[in-house]
Design a protein around this ligand. Structure first.
Ligand SMILES: O=C(CO)[C@H](O)[C@H](O)COP(=O)(O)O
Length: 256
């Protein structure tokens, strides 16, 4: 715990420190994005420089790539790494089943690809991210810019048909212009009254033409490390992945 940091940053740092203890020499590690993941990249950089820890990182955004380079962490693309041992990332919300809402930082597309191509995903968070039911945090949905307003209307119609009434489907802005993701796309933030079945909602959103990916992470996270302002960290493990269990390491399945 550092006296110079706010309780919130101390909590993020505590979770980050505990998470990087799971990283072993030779691992290929997915590096998340956001203010909590920032501390993880910083702690990992310290291990690389001080212990000579030999790992490669796959960043989930241009921001994280820049930070990892500054920290002296070797980075490669996901296609170069092919499959990852571990991904460590933050989250906007996690529920008791360790399903998540992500994308508050606008990086959930790359984050979901990287986490799903990993043997294990660890989420690092402060206690404010724990919820009984997902949905208080606006759900980010990445869409391609072409036909964006038609995509918005189709999202709204699908939500109504599923009896999920969105209060607002808001285009994320960066100053006066739409926010642009690393993949050149835009984001709608969905303020939902409730998310009944997050699995169903995720599938339904991804069926709308123009939607690239939504911020629901279902059956992807294996472990949540919750940091506290006093420097403590608690680790909650989940059982084996349900939906992704058979799909783990698709390259191994291909005999590659
Ligand atoms: O999904 C994310 C970025 O796309 C972040 O992990 C999420 O927004 C949490 O960020 P923070 O740690 O800053 O609260």
């Amino acid at each position: 715990m550092s006296a110079d940091l706010s309780p919130s940053d101390n909590a993020k740092l505590a979770a980050a420190k505990r998470a990087v203890e799971f990283i072993e020499a030779g691992m290929r590690v997915g590096l998340g994005t956001g203010s909590t993941a920032f501390w993880m990249v910083k702690c990992l950089g310290e291990r690389v420089r001080e212990e000579g820890l030999n790992i490669v990182g796959v960043p989930t955004s241009s921001r994280t790539a820049a930070q990892a380079r500054e920290e002296g962490i070797e980075i490669v693309t996901l296609d170069e790494a092919r499959w990852l041992d571990l991904t460590i990332d933050g989250a906007d919300e996690f529920d008791p089943e360790m399903n998540l809402i992500k994308g508050g930082g606008g990086a959930h597309l790359q984050e979901k690809i990287v986490a799903t191509a990993s043997d294990r995903m660890i989420v690092i968070a402060d206690p404010s991210k724990a919820v009984d039911h997902l949905g208080t945090f606006p759900l980010p949905v990445e869409v391609i810019p072409f036909g964006r307003e038609a995509t918005r209307a189709l999202i709204e119609r699908s939500l109504r048909e599923q009896d999920v009434w969105a209060r607002d489907v808001t285009l994320r802005m960066s100053g006066d212009a739409p926010f642009v993701t690393d993949e050149g796309n835009h984001i709608f933030d969905l303020s939902l009254r409730r998310i009944g079945d997050p699995r169903e909602l995720s599938l339904m959103l991804n069926q709308v033409p123009g939607v690239v990916e939504n911020g629901l992470f279902i059956d992807i996270c294996d472990c949540v490390i919750i940091g506290h302002g006093d420097g403590r960290a608690e680790t909650r493990e989940r059982g084996p992945r349900v939906l992704h269990a058979e799909a783990d390491n698709v390259f191994a399945d291909l005999g590659d």
